[in-house]
Write a protein of this length. Structure first.
Length: 129
């Protein structure tokens, strides 16, 4: 019960921040960021919320039921825009795939060139890897 109270408290703090400070982020994102910060700073112990988090992960499908019902309510509009949705999803997927590949390739070249020649600290001699 303590874990649920902690998670609920962070969600409510996120709601308060969003409402009072007019932050353009969803309250759950603000609460999650504050919760993560609290875990890193060790203000909250993982053991306190671990069982509750496991429960929520185990029953995650229940949290998606409102989304599915909402999707069914606007299904006629989705059907009208199906081609646009599919093309946009495909183009986005290809863009992310290419950007990730190029980034890995670029970082791989930098890693290879920086690790190709290393100097031994004691002798000053270079060693090829």
């Amino acid at each position: 019960m303590l874990g649920f109270a902690i998670l609920l408290a962070f969600h409510l703090v996120g709601l308060a921040f969003q409402h009072l400070l007019h932050v353009p982020l969803p309250a759950n994102v603000i609460g999650l960021a504050l919760f993560t910060l609290s875990l890193f700073l060790k203000w909250i112990k993982l053991e306190w919320v671990e069982n509750t988090a496991m429960f929520f992960n185990k029953h995650m499908l229940l949290f998606f039921a409102p989304v599915v019902v909402g999707t069914m309510a606007v299904f006629p509009m989705i059907r009208e825009q199906a081609l646009t949705i599919i093309v946009t999803t495909f183009v986005s997927w290809i863009s992310v795939l290419l950007a990730t590949g190029w980034t890995v390739k670029l970082l791989g070249k930098k890693e290879t060139s920086s690790s190709a020649q290393r100097t031994w600290p004691s002798s000053g001699r270079e060693r090829s890897l």
